[in-house]
Design a protein. Structure first.
Length: 83
């Protein structure tokens, strides 16, 4: 992960940065993580030292991953794909 420090909050829960949370969930950028926080699916905790957002590691590890949805076959007819 990015930081060698072990971030913990008041109730001794391990906290990770938004970039670490994005990496764990398979995103290349932090914007999907921040969008999930804005929508209320994840809880972002602000550091008192700076404006960075941190997330509980346990919450990130329990976050459900979306199922892959295949595109409709009729949409790709005639585009060189064999379905």
């Amino acid at each position: 992960m990015n930081s060698p420090k072990d971030h913990r909050n008041a109730d001794n829960t391990e906290m990770i940065s938004a970039s670490d949370a994005a990496y764990i969930l398979g995103f290349k950028q932090t914007s999907p993580i921040m969008n999930y926080a804005k929508q209320g699916f994840l809880t972002a905790h602000e550091s008192p030292r700076n404006n960075r957002k941190y997330f509980k590691l346990e919450e990130i590890l329990c976050f459900p991953k979306p199922l892959p949805v295949p595109p409709p076959a009729k949409r790709f007819k005639g585009h060189g794909r064999s379905l």
